[in-house]
Design a protein around this ligand. Structure first.
Ligand SMILES: [Zn+2]
Length: 135
């Protein structure tokens, strides 16, 4: 079992997303036919199946829909991370995305808490993570 944390595996649908993340940008897809904003990146709108989509940068703000505190590592790579928080974040733009809550007070997270985006370097990639909003 590897002790290296996994790095993103990109495909044609997500390459632009991961490239933007390297520049600390969280990109979302908006459908120009029906207006739906979705995550994760896809080449078809999951609402109306249009291919007429555009990328735009998210503000990086949201609220915690739900979360779980992981206390037992799923692999050796995560043994140094436990306990850590996996959360569903409702982004201000609408989509719900799974991510981690990070930071010194991550374990104090509660449903409905405001969170802000930050990026974690992982190999030559960067992962969008969230921390509890200050103030
Ligand atoms: Zn659509």
């Amino acid at each position: 079992m590897t002790k290296e944390l996994p790095i993103p595996v990109t495909n044609a649908d997500s390459a632009a997303y991961w490239q933007a993340a390297k520049n600390n940008k969280l990109m979302l897809r908006r459908c120009n036919a029906c207006g739906e904003v979705h995550f994760m990146p896809r080449y078809l709108c999951p609402t109306c199946w249009s291919e007429d989509l555009e990328w735009f940068e998210a503000r990086g703000k949201g609220k915690v829909h739900s979360f779980s505190i992981i206390r037992r590592a799923s692999s050796a790579a995560y043994a140094t991370r436990v306990p850590y928080v996996v959360a569903l974040i409702d982004l201000d733009e609408g989509p719900r995305m799974m991510s981690n809550i990070v930071g010194p007070d991550a374990l104090d997270i509660a449903i409905g808490d405001a969170v802000t985006l930050e990026f974690e370097e992982r190999g030559d990639a960067k992962l969008p993570q969230f921390a509890r909003a200050r103030g």
